[in-house]
Design a protein around this ligand. Structure first.
Ligand code: ADP
Ligand code: ZN
Ligand code: ZN
Length: 738
């Protein structure tokens, strides 16, 4: 061939393998346009064909010419990750010490991992007349792949994606058949996306109060450069309104906005507020999407058709051309941390890194910012923008404690709590009862022999689900018939303690004729369940709400005037240094549901430890007072953010095997400088889903030292023979310690 240089450029490709390296390939012989970093390519890998992403190009490879294979084909005609995003992912692979190929694959929707086109066009393949004739006469006889492709197309025209699904690798056969004139392909626009209705001039939104105006102005002054802002506003202070104003300014500059929300916070209310305000395309990404829906949402974002991309955790990796701001709502929320699978990352932290690379502001909003985030404010890295008063109603709710030791209580509800509910319902308000435990009761007990229904796969008890007549494990999902008698001695069994299902039953008995609405994962299981519950609450048909964590976030219940926290004590005495922070956040968030409308709110917290410093401090000084104490305690104990942590976690069929691997791993770290190793120890709930869990902590007061240590240590840990006998993963900046 003419016009080609004889040194084919080398493509360094990231593949989803556990190997921490890139793989060199030659560019394909025939290729219309040059292949650039950020494009997907199909490559031979051993006996398989894999799809990878080109990370870099090079003139030479260290591999001998004979071993160098060629890329089979490019899948994109322009990069699906732009340079900034590709660099972010590369940075994340380094920071979280995870193989780049797996990081890229975690960042991509499944359909794109499998080779779907990112362009909103579809490649349609069909047989020609000659192809039909050839197929009928049994051709081609010695090319089974081509024969399969002819058969697939013999009665219908099919898209490339469908062919990929049905036949696997089919491209080569397709090209061969096309060369013989038996098939043709053509690109055809996909069915058009539903367009946003042409909105009349969108509503301008309410006039901002002074604090909102200052916060908005401050952020909008720095739209052309990176800064990290902490929008620290009490619930109902109008944070969302600030997000909307900032987004408006960003759109006006021709740029786009990325908005991250917690899994559970992605409420129809929030989406609706963005949709109502802006007449631009918006792409919504969350975990309940089908693969095809997710692909469409990515296409809208990638093409720039969507100017607002709103989504949960993994949306931090969504393509957003001309990114102008990243907003993280409820930035303290644990769901921003991916704590499963191989690649464990914090979407909140990556959002800040991404904003920096995009030279755009990051806005982290919360009524209860994470202690780390407040520390970043103290250190001058983030700018705090306070919203101290409610937008609609001036008085924040009145909070008091109910001492469970001094007050009679029945089935988990104290007399003062019941009286307060009566009072608020009588005055026409709604009451919200919060209990962070679903099911009817956490324990089934035999009073004769002391038997307690255990989960055989976990170090945990089975929870009674009375309406369903089941015993369920909330850790592994085990599910069994609810026995009427003790399986050990035949005596009658009884339930001990309470969950939301039982509280609902008790309230229905205490307040006949006043319907309860329960919000927990047993009730809200399908799309639409939440909307239905919210409708019943908004219409006033439900007067009392009973719920778990699910009620604490993102919802507006304007008529709720009373919040009762049934059991605040679970988090008071945990071994996890972050438990108090989580408890304080939950209490403040759930308390924030009271009195969002015109009427003042009241919050009652039931506890057996009213003198506990955490509760006392929270009441006296609010979340900020709590945060000050928490920062001091962490500094004294040298916990994050005053040190850096990474956890190596593993699980195995036996406790011995789980500990043995971590013990060997620890032994490989031979007197590391400036790094401490703690453990290994069995996890607090050591047995879960039939496997035994353990962890080893690595700690350092200096981030750089920790990472240098991990860089040197992990490859050696990986090569331990015992590493293959357990399942293990590294969690950098873990937020839960078991
Ligand atoms: P947050 O996100 O801080 O909890 P929201 O943004 O949801 O608060 O605001 C709470 C309520 O106050 C919403 O109903 C919102 O429409 C309203 N609101 C916000 N800002 C203003 C304002 N400046 N004037 C009037 N109402 C406002
Ligand atoms: Zn018994
Ligand atoms: Zn279990």
């Amino acid at each position: 061939m003419t016009g080609k240089t004889d040194i084919a450029p080398i493509l360094r490709v990231a593949l989803a393998t556990p190997l921490r390296r890139l793989f060199d390939y030659r560019a394909p012989a025939e290729c219309a346009a040059p292949i650039e970093p950020g494009m997907r390519v199909r490559v031979p890998f051993g006996r398989q064909r894999l799809i990878g992403v080109v990370m870099e190009t090079a003139l030479r490879s260290d591999l001998p010419d004979g071993r160098l294979k060629a890329v089979i084909e490019p899948l994109d005609d322009r990069p699906i990750f732009d340079r900034a995003l590709l660099e972010l992912l590369d940075w994340a692979a380094g920071y979280y010490h995870h193989p780049i190929g797996e990081v890229l694959s975690a960042a991509l929707p499944k359909a794109l991992r499998l080779g779907a086109s990112l362009r909103a066009v579809e490649e349609r393949w069909r047989l020609t007349a000659a192809g039909h004739a050839a197929y009928s006469s049994g051709e081609p006889r010695r090319a089974p792949r081509q024969r399969q492709l002819l058969a697939a197309l013999s009665d219908a025209e099919l898209s490339a994606d469908t062919l990929q699904d049905r036949l696997g690798s089919w491209r080569e056969a397709g090209r061969a058949l096309r060369a013989r004139g038996w098939v043709t392909s053509a690109e055809q626009p996909l069915a058009p996306q539903p367009q946003n209705p042409v909105l009349p001039q969108p509503p301008p939104g309410p006039t901002l109060n002074e604090e909102q105006r200052q916060a908005t102005e401050r952020i909008c002054q720095s739209l052309d450069a990176f800064s990290a802002f902490v929008l620290h506003g009490i619930t109902g202070s109008g944070k969302t309104e600030v997000y909307l104003r900032v987004t408006g300014q960003v759109l006006a500059k021709g740029r786009s906005a990325l908005v991250l929300v917690p899994e559970i916070g992605l409420t129809p209310q929030l989406v609706a507020r963005f949709r109502e305000r802006f007449a631009v395309g918006m792409s919504v990404l969350h975990s309940a999407l089908t693969d095809q829906e997710r692909l469409s949402a990515w296409r809208e974002a990638f093409s720039g058709q969507a100017r607002i991309v709103l989504g949960t955790r993994s949306a931090v990796f969504a393509p957003v051309p001309r990114l102008g701001v990243i907003i993280v709502d409820e930035e303290h929320d644990a769901s921003f941390k991916q704590h499963e699978g191989g690649f464990r990352y914090s979407a909140r932290d990556l959002a800040v890194v991404r904003a920096r690379r995009a030279a755009a502001p990051a806005v982290l909003g919360s009524a209860t910012p994470a202690i780390e985030t407040l520390h970043n404010v103290e250190a001058g890295r983030y700018v705090r923008l306070p919203l101290t008063r409610r937008a609609v109603q001036a008085a924040p709710p009145r909070i008091s404690l109910i001492d469970l030791r001094a007050n009679a209580h029945h089935a988990g509800l104290s007399t003062p709590a019941v009286q307060a509910i009566e009072r608020h319902l009588g005055a026409g308000g709604q009451a919200l009862v919060f209990l962070n435990r679903r099911g009817y009761a956490p324990t089934l007990l035999c009073t004769a022999c002391g038997w307690i229904a255990p989960c055989t796969a976990c170090d945990a008890r089975l929870t009674v689900h009375l309406a369903a007549a089941r015993l369920r494990c909330h850790h592994c999902g085990a599910d069994a018939q609810l026995p009427e008698r003790c399986p050990q001695c035949g005596f009658a069994v009884k339930t001990v303690g309470q969950g939301t299902e039982r509280i609902e039953e008790t309230l229905a008995r205490l307040f006949p004729g006043l319907p309860c609405v329960r919000l927990d994962r047993d009730v809200v299981r399908h799309r639409g369940d939440m909307e239905e519950a919210m409708r019943r609450i908004a219409s006033g048909e439900g007067r009392i709400l009973v719920g778990t964590q699910m009620v604490t976030k993102g919802h507006d219940f304007p008529n709720v005037t009373l919040v009762v926290v049934l059991n605040a004590d679970q988090g008071l005495f945990s071994t996890d240094f972050r438990a108090p922070e989580r408890l304080a956040q939950t209490i403040v968030q759930v308390a924030g549901r009271a009195g969002r409308g015109e009427r003042p709110g009241e919050v009652l917290i039931q506890t057996e430890f009213p003198a506990h410093p955490l509760l006392a401090g929270l009441l006296a000084e609010g979340y900020e007072g709590f945060a000050r104490t928490a920062l001091r305690e962490r500094s004294e104990a040298s916990w994050p953010p005053f040190s850096r942590l990474a956890a190596v976690r593993d699980s195995a069929a036996t406790a011995e095997a789980a500990l043995a691997f971590l013990t060997e791993a620890r032994a490989l770290a031979d007197r590391p400088r400036g790094v401490r190793l703690l453990g290994p120890v069995p996890a607090a709930m050591a047995k879960r889903a039939g496997r035994h869990h353990a962890q080893l902590l690595v700690e350092s007061t200096e981030r750089a030292r920790l990472h240098r240590f991990l860089d040197a240590w992990l490859p050696r840990v990986e090569s331990l023979p015992s590493a293959r006998r357990v399942r293990w993963a590294l969690d950098v900046d873990p937020i839960e310690l078991f």
